[in-house]
Design a binder for this molecule. Structure first.
Ligand code: AMP
Ligand code: MG
Length: 497
């Protein structure tokens, strides 16, 4: 392709946003020196109805790098505020991301297309507006892993390197991630306007969210009450699903909580290896505010901040508005418990819920915590021994340094299994369908980053292969299911922004 052809306008079927105007500033991405496509997520491009060939062309790569804005596209940065580690921060906003617009995917769902690391915006404050390759790779792999697990999440459409360096602790290669999400409205978006006393924009934002994510509520008698309850329930479902796969988000600030119920903002996130409820990986989470077992109450705390924004929409009567807020927070807790408890007993292979089942599953977690047994493998291997007898338990026992308590637990579990009507084969299949073999383990993500920085993309491809289908066996890549060896353990993760 000649240079002239490469300069032809690049078509991208993107719709302008329907967001309230106060919620954003128009700003173009800043061109980069030497964009190179590192990965294009072709299945996702197809899902979005985008032409993968065009995206991978030189003109397409320029768009994905922010070096070219396609005709008819008017990018923007969104305003938001947030509570960071509990502290109110009145102005955050997209400091290093621009929204290209919205696409309607093959299923008819509207999705956002955003470039992360696209240069400075009016919200950049002291930041450079850029992203380093390491965090971009981490977000790509972990968000695709989350999607593979079947958990709502933003997706990664593409990664490009910029040919520029960004300066963090050291000079690092720069990169841009194309993020796809149901929308980028966050709890912090509501907070930004509510705390400024801009009730009109809060209402317009709520109407936008109803129309986009909860259209069936538009006709509800009390649409804002119904909206809050729906958001609360989706958030409860999401956090329950994180807990069931050992995911620790790491920065559950209100600006990182999406109204759509998708996982968003993969910073110092991690999947737990050895199980312990107090586990924290993030280097900046000194008090353990966002530890694994703190996620359910923090989810509710964040929703309480959202409720504060919506109180005037709930009712003019303050007391009544508060009652509505509390009812929504209760709905969160109820939904969380439902999904978590049901998920937990499914993980140990029970199909007919009986009294004591949740306690039985919790007792297994207790044994695991004592021995720091690997969270993922304990459940996965349990699927294979369910139908067996004591001698067959070795693969699971081996995950416990001292298996005495676990042995006692298995005996109780087998007794309970005897009361199930489902046969062993069906139980094993059902357990394997909810207990993944592969998660994006921290040491593997680190290996992918180290290799990519040295120009080797093979580990990235291998890790993506297993985490995209985490419930299957991948015999040639079975080593990716292995927990880290002592010298591979990653104890801390960094946001690297
Ligand atoms: P995060 O911790 O990634 O959720 O980001 C918190 C806030 O910092 C958001 O408003 C980001 O837009 C902003 N931010 C993070 N990194 C940068 C950067 N390199 N340049 C400008 N703003 C940034
Ligand atoms: Mg964020």
């Amino acid at each position: 392709m000649s240079l002239v052809e490469a300069r032809e306008p690049f078509a991208l079927d993107v719709l302008d946003t329907g967001l309230p105007e106060a919620a954003y500033e128009r700003v173009a991405p800043t061109p980069v020196q030497a964009p190179e496509l590192l990965r294009l997520n072709r299945p996702l491009a197809a899902e979005l109805g985008l032409d993968a060939g065009a995206l991978a062309s030189p003109a397409g790569v320029e768009v994905l790098a922010g070096s070219r804005v396609p005709e008819g596209v008017s990018p923007l940065a969104m305003a938001y505020a947030g509570h960071q580690f509990g502290n109110w921060v009145p102005s955050l906003g997209d400091g290093r991301a621009v929204l290209l617009g919205e696409v309607v995917d093959r299923a008819g769902v509207r999705r956002d297309l955003q470039l992360k690391g696209a240069g400075r915006t009016p919200f950049s404050r002291m930041g450079d507006g850029r992203a380093a390759l390491g965090p971009v790779l981490r977000e790509y792999v972990v968000s695709e892993g989350m999607a593979g697990l079947g958990i709502p999440t933003t997706r990664a459409l593409a990664m490009v390197t910029t040919g520029e360096r960004v300066f963090r602790q050291r000079a690092e290669p720069g990169a841009v991630l194309t993020r796809v999400s149901a929308s980028h409205v966050r709890v912090g978006t509501f907070e930004y306007f509510a705390r400024r006393g801009d009730r009109e924009t809060v209402r317009a934002l709520a109407d936008y969210v109803i129309q986009r994510h909860y259209p069936h509520l538009a006709e509800a008698g009390a649409p804002y009450q119904a909206l809050f309850e729906a958001i609360a329930e989706r958030t409860g479902e999401l956090i329950a699903q994180w807990m069931l796969v050992g995911f620790i988000h790491g920065v559950m600030n209100t600006d990182n909580i999406a109204i759509s119920g998708e996982t968003i903002d993969y910073g110092p996130c991690a999947f737990m290896d050895g199980y312990h409820p107090d586990t924290v990986y993030s280097s900046i989470d000194l008090g353990g505010r966002y530890a694994y077992n703190q996620q359910p109450p923090i989810g509710q705390w964040n929703l309480a901040r959202l409720a504060e924004c919506l109180l005037p929409l709930f009712s003019e009567d303050e007391e009544q508005a508060m009652d509505i807020a509390y009812a929504g927070l209760d709905a969160y807790a109820r939904r969380f418990d439902e999904v978590y408890q049901q998920g937990l007993i499914a993980k140990i292979g029970l199909s007919e819920r009986r009294e004591g089942d949740v306690d039985l599953a919790s007792d297994l977690l207790g044994c695991m915590a004592e021995q720091r047994a690997d969270f993922t493998l304990t459940f996965r291997r349990l699927a294979d021994v369910a139908g067996g007898h004591a001698e067959a338990d070795e693969p699971v026992r081996a995950l416990f340094g001292d298996a005495t308590a676990f042995d006692g637990w298995v005996a109780r579990w087998r007794e309970r299994l005897a009361a199930e009507t489902r046969d062993d084969g069906a139980r094993r299949a059902a357990m394997r369908a909810v207990n993944p073999a592969y998660i994006p383990r921290n040491h593997r993500v680190q290996q992918v980053i180290d290799a990519a920085e040295a120009g080797d993309m093979a580990p990235l491809d291998e890790l993506l292969t297993v985490v995209a289908r985490p419930y299957d066996d991948h015999e040639a890549l079975a080593d990716y299911a292995r927990p880290p060896a002592p010298d591979e353990v990653v104890r801390q993760t960094f946001c690297g922004t």
